[in-house]
Design a protein around this ligand. Sequence first.
Ligand code: MG
Length: 120
Amino acid sequence: MTGRKEIEMKRSETKMSKVGRAPEYSLAAKFWYDVMEERGRQCGLLDSGKFTVDVADRRTPWGQKLAVLVEEVGEVGVEVCDAGEGRPDPGKLRRELTQVAAVCCAWAESLGGSDGRSGK
Ligand SMILES: [Mg+2]
């Protein structure tokens, strides 16, 4: 992490702590690690031909990217709905949320940096 990013994170942490809320950074960091692993897994599935839509490719039509994302969100919905009145299995729900975040990450990659000009 760059010095500037660390400073921004600290400022953000300070602001949030003033209002009484702050993320559980260790859990958030673990989640993002898992998201990166999932991104790698999804790239492997793309390379093997099991996945056919490259959400990280800027040339992929936006509608196809949205369909992939909505499908993943739908799988979160299945976990929640299958639990009925109970709580969804935390492991399964977390895995589905990780997959949603990985697809979001891929889509954001296709947009490039914050200026949106350097997507692959
Ligand atoms: Mg899924």
